[in-house]
Ligand binder design. Sequence first.
Ligand code: FES
Ligand SMILES: [Fe+2]
Length: 361
Amino acid sequence: MKAFILDPSDLLVAPLERADTIPASWYLAPEMLDLEKEHVFTKTWQLVGRLEQVREAGEHIIAQIGDEPIVVVRGKDMVLRAFYNVCRHRGGPLAIEDGCASVLQCKYHGWTYALDGSLRGVPDFDRVELFDKSDFGLHPIRVAEWQGHVFINLANDALSLNAMTEGISEMIAPIELSKLQFVLRHDYLVKSNWKVYVDNYLEGYHVPLVHPELFKMYDFRSYKTEIAKWYSHQHSPLKPGENIYSADGGSAFYFFIYPNLMLNILPGRLQTNLVLPIDANTTRIIFDYYYAEGVTEELVREDLRFSDEVQQEDIEICELVQRGLRSRSYHTGRFSVEREIAVHHFQSLLKGSLRSTAEAR
Ligand code: FES
Ligand SMILES: [Fe+2]
């Protein structure tokens, strides 16, 4: 196989009407995923959990962003902080699962850190010279909260989370995501590149053929896709009487926040999808389900069944697309101006992130 080289001309962004889709090699090469980890995932806001998991002092959640292990912890002063989950001694883990503790103690040799990240206890270190504990605190990371969810960003110079999500809260009002109740999580493993899954999410173009049942629910002529600077959103009125969520119709909103978070909002429920690359050909999708107070168990059951059915349809087509992208016959494609503006938007943002790579200079 040829060595993967990022061609600078592939990073140019053309208007939707004239643009090509990103090259097939971007979906296949492990080197591309390495670049994305470095220039996309470690430079953007990443969802790591729910605010309710870190309400009390000492409560902590762990996450992995790209290859970086992270811990988010509520301090005794009630400040929420995030750190690399890496001990300053020899790299051991401070937390290996979500939980609650009065200090962060490394699981290797027991160095202890206060919840503000400062190093406190260092067993059997009396004869060590030129060692100052204050030089060995945990490395801090930016953390922010939005609509009841906790995000971190490994880049110190990144735009604020509020700036990135500006306008979403107003658009979904009176729904407040923080008021919905978390009910369960469902994981899916997809044998495709993470961008195949994202591209697929970003267009309703495939709905008539891939999701015949879902298609019946929408008033498809009114299905709209709009883009903002850092997110896009698709929305469609639901046909009254044809959907399980609302007898009077209501609307479906599908927000995509660059680069890997989806918020699917239907009457009475939110489903978040977090897209996490495992390797160039494998992606983990985490579905978290939230419901409004008063939603019946029957609706929850039906929603889970129906969402799973739609997801299985998406997985099947994404895996077939991944196979197609591997074909020697395929290099790049084109976009429907009417239906694929959000795919073009995502791919343009991706190119922007990658323009900073040394390889592209
Ligand atoms: S690696 Fe943490 S105490 Fe040794
Ligand atoms: Fe789909």
